[in-house]
Design a protein around this ligand. Structure first.
Ligand code: AMP
Length: 192
């Protein structure tokens, strides 16, 4: 059965770590979705509540506020939810990193491996200008494969990956280690 978010709310006296821990109350963990054995971390229960949603965006924005981010690149699909809100807060542009065949203009592609087989991500070739500082955003980092492919896309276009930001990190899958050369930020960590 899915765990129901509780009413534990972040308060003004909490420090950043405590506040992030409290935000976990708004994430719904759904066992066996999309297939048996996967515990799916559902962010829709956080998004529908105005204060936790705003706070998550603000916590990310605070971290990157002084880092001259020119473009936020959001990974399809849930990076499209947080990415534009964060871009707005940072005064940056927003660029979509999409599943294959969705972008109308010429695109660059990067492949990455899944449990069985490979998948691909694409970005418009004119989405990023050489030397622009790009912040990559997704809802969750698991193995890091999606994130690595996204860094390759940004770098193919001559962009500089200024960082990668996630709401959730599944620390037991060690995705962060595969991104060791980058600044990786996650707000909520799950160790199992
Ligand atoms: P990975 O490439 O293994 O880091 O997987 C990250 C991508 O898969 C992100 O776009 C996530 O939205 C999605 N994802 C992977 N595992 C989960 C999970 N347990 N719950 C929710 N989303 C997940």
């Amino acid at each position: 059965m899915a765990t129901t978010p509780t009413s534990m709310a972040p308060t003004a006296t909490m420090n950043r770590a405590q506040e992030c821990e409290a935000l976990k109350a708004y994430i719904r963990a759904v066992p066996d979705f999309p297939k048996p054995g996967i515990l799916f971390y559902d962010i829709t229960t956080l998004l529908k509540q105005r204060k936790p949603f705003a706070r998550v965006v603000d916590l990310l924005a605070e971290h990157y506020a002084s880092q001259s981010i020119a473009v936020v690149a959001g990974i399809e699909a849930r990076g499209f939810i947080f990415g534009p809100a964060l871009a707005y807060r940072l005064g940056a542009g927003f660029v979509p990193i999409r599943k294959p065949g969705k972008l109308p203009a010429p695109a660059a592609a990067a492949e990455y491996s899944l449990e069985y087989g490979t998948d691909k991500l694409e970005i418009h070739r004119d989405a990023i200008t050489r030397g622009q500082r790009v912040l990559i955003v997704d809802d969750l980092i698991a193995t890091g494969g999606t994130a690595i492919a996204s860094t390759q896309l940004v770098e193919q276009l001559g962009g500089t990956v200024a960082g990668l930001a996630f709401i959730i990190e599944l620390t037991f899958l060690n995705g962060r280690q595969r991104l060791a050369q980058y600044d990786v930020l996650s707000l909520l960590q799950y160790a199992e």
